[in-house]
Design a protein around this ligand. Structure first.
Ligand SMILES: *Cc1c(COP(=O)(O)O)cnc(C)c1O
Length: 381
């Protein structure tokens, strides 16, 4: 089945009692048993919920994986993966990372004796040197946030597996429409479904997809034990979002292409980070592992001051100044003071996040309106 068909149909069966074509929202905390232990597979809603099961099956199918496990947020999904590790284990992490993930790793899990090493993995050969006997997991984002760097998933998977290390890919930025890491050799895919999967900025949810039954069992155990489960209504919202993922992504990508070119020509703009430019250092890998170049981009200004960036950020009228990404509406953000504020400035600058860096999540509005909006905002400099 092709991906566009799977997005509509995978994991979803007509409701057995009524034939309802859409999965009902099973808003219940418990299920009646006929006799102690005699039930239809559902006992308590932290453990199982049919709306959640439908979502988990759908997302697994869409990522070409066997098992989907849903959590109450992308961070809860990430946390669950970390709970599979032991004190003394080491994780190698790509250094251009979602700020919340950096915070979870360095402020929460580091104190339980898990070591994190942050490296620029644009050249995967770096991994060969870096992997030690303690390394259990490699964690990457690609395209990276917010510098839109590209990491070669297949190359990382090969190196990881040669050392019996697992590779996890945070696929939030690309979405399954653009990239399927399990097909490229990754062991774990994690999504903040809050972004493109939900797609309408109305829900917070996370998912993990794996192929390994033992790992899936471990994650289900953590899901039930720690209890960071999404509610049925939230699961339903993401199920609904999935059905238009392909149509939204096509428009997101089309709009982004035009905006990237517009920005690149603009005299106030110094550099545009978007992986669809043939001179982008990751262009060929992006072409190899992604179906299109995505709708996330960032750019710097010739005038690299924080205040100048702030002036642009508060001047757009259609691009809303907000955290997050991947919704139908266009968003503009300032990593240095928003999503990446929890990364110390020194470290931030070192990894290439300058003060004037502005990030765009290009929505699916009319692209001419979006370009006109950016144009007038850049005139305020
Ligand atoms: C938003 C985001 C997360 C965290 O997800 P939440 O749903 O906000 O908890 C993780 N990784 C990336 C790349 C994100 O953009």
């Amino acid at each position: 089945m092709q991906l566009a068909t799977k997005l509509i149909h995978a994991g979803v069966e007509p409701d057995p009692t009524t034939g309802a074509i859409m999965t009902p929202i099973y808003q219940t905390s418990t299920y009646v048993q006929e006799a102690p232990g005699k039930h239809k597979g559902y006992e308590y809603a932290r453990t199982q919920n049919p709306t959640r099961t439908a979502l988990e099956n759908a997302i697994a199918a869409i990522e070409n994986g066997k098992f989907g496990i849903a959590f109450s947020s992308g961070m809860a999904a990430t946390e669950a993966i970390m709970h599979t590790l032991q004190p003394g284990d080491e994780v190698i992490v790509s250094n251009d990372l979602y700020g919340g993930t950096y915070r979870l790793f360095t402020r929460v899990f580091a104190k339980y004796g898990i070591q994190f090493r942050f490296l620029d993995l644009q050249n995967p050969a770096v991994l060969k040197e870096a992997i030690s006997a303690a390394t259990q997991l490699i964690w990457i984002e690609t395209p990276t946030n917010p510098l839109i760097r590209i990491i070669d998933i297949a190359a990382c998977a090969n190196i990881a597996h040669a050392h019996r290390v697992k590779l996890c890919v945070d696929n939030t930025f690309a979405s399954p429409w653009l990239q399927n890491p399990l097909d490229l050799g990754a062991d774990i895919v994690v999504h903040s479904a809050t972004k493109y999967l939900g797609g309408h900025s109305d829900v917070v949810l996370g998912v993990v997809v794996v192929n390994d039954a033992q790992l899936a069992e471990q994650l289900h155990f953590i899901q039930n034990s720690a209890g960071a489960v999404p509610g049925p209504h939230d699961c339903w919202l993401v199920l609904r979002g999935l059905k238009t993922l392909h149509v939204r992504m096509q428009r997101h990508c089309e709009n982004a292409r035009q905006i990237a070119h517009f920005l690149r020509e603009h005299p106030a703009v110094k550099q545009v980070n978007w992986c669809g430019f043939p001179d982008h250092p990751g262009y060929f890998i992006a072409q190899k592992q992604m179906r299109d170049f995505g709708a996330m981009m960032s750019f710097t200004l010739n005038d690299d001051r924080l205040e100048t960036a702030h002036r642009v950020l508060s001047s757009t009228r259609i691009f809303a100044l907000a955290e997050s990404l991947g919704g139908v509406e266009s968003l503009i953000g300032h990593p240095a003071s928003m999503t990446h504020a929890s990364i110390p400035r020194e470290e931030r600058i070192k990894s290439g996040l300058s003060d004037s860096l502005i990030r765009l999540s290009v929505g699916i509005e009319d692209v001419q309106d979006l370009i006109a909006d950016l144009k007038q905002a850049l005139e305020k400099i």
